[in-house]
Design a protein. Structure first.
Length: 180
């Protein structure tokens, strides 16, 4: 692990038993309050993708927007917003996905991407992968390809990154934590 990874991990707050007993919640909000950590995170993603052939960055509501906007700005790429259903104006398409108890849905505007676009899908955390896979489906429905899913944190024990990779999409994360 590099110095940057140690530093970023030291800034992320671990909250036991939240939102329910037995869960160790990884709170990334302190990264946004720490300019050094935020720069390290964004610089790591920028360095990874600066020479790539991606044409768009898609950020997932809401922390994916925060990271995605900085990275899209630095790479001079369009930022696509993937939001909770009912939050985007204009023509949209939506995709439902399963939660532990019930379902949720994400949506994207129909003119966000087009055939031939190569999209990096970005979020703060990969848990079970439901939101990310639904987002990939939306991007694919519009004719674009998701070239990679990237996140600040992966929780590999929850199998989300494995599910995404099984769908044929590469996964990259800066950090990984064991457990829930």
């Amino acid at each position: 692990m590099s110095f940057d990874e140690y530093y970023i991990k030291s800034v992320i707050r671990s909250l036991p038993d939240w939102p329910e007993p037995g869960v160790m919640f990884r709170d990334v909000t302190p990264v946004f309050k720490d300019p050094k950590a935020m720069r390290m995170v964004c610089d790591a993603f920028i360095q990874r993708y600066i020479g790539s052939d991606i044409t768009h960055i898609a950020g997932i509501d809401a922390r994916g927007f925060l990271l995605g906007s900085v990275i899209a700005y630095q790479l001079n790429l369009p930022l696509i917003l993937v939001r909770k259903k009912g939050k985007l104006p204009g023509d949209t398409i939506s995709q439902e996905y399963k939660l532990e108890y019930g379902t949720a849905a994400v949506e994207v505007q129909t003119d966000a991407v087009a055939a031939g676009d190569r999209v990096l899908l970005l979020d703060d955390l990969i848990a079970t992968g439901g939101t990310l896979l639904a987002s990939c489906s939306l991007i694919n429905q519009l004719g674009a390809d998701v070239t990679e899913v990237a996140a600040l944190i992966d929780l590999p024990d929850l199998q989300g990154s494995a599910r995404i990779q099984e769908s044929g999409i590469p996964v990259y994360s800066l950090l990984a934590y064991a457990g829930h």
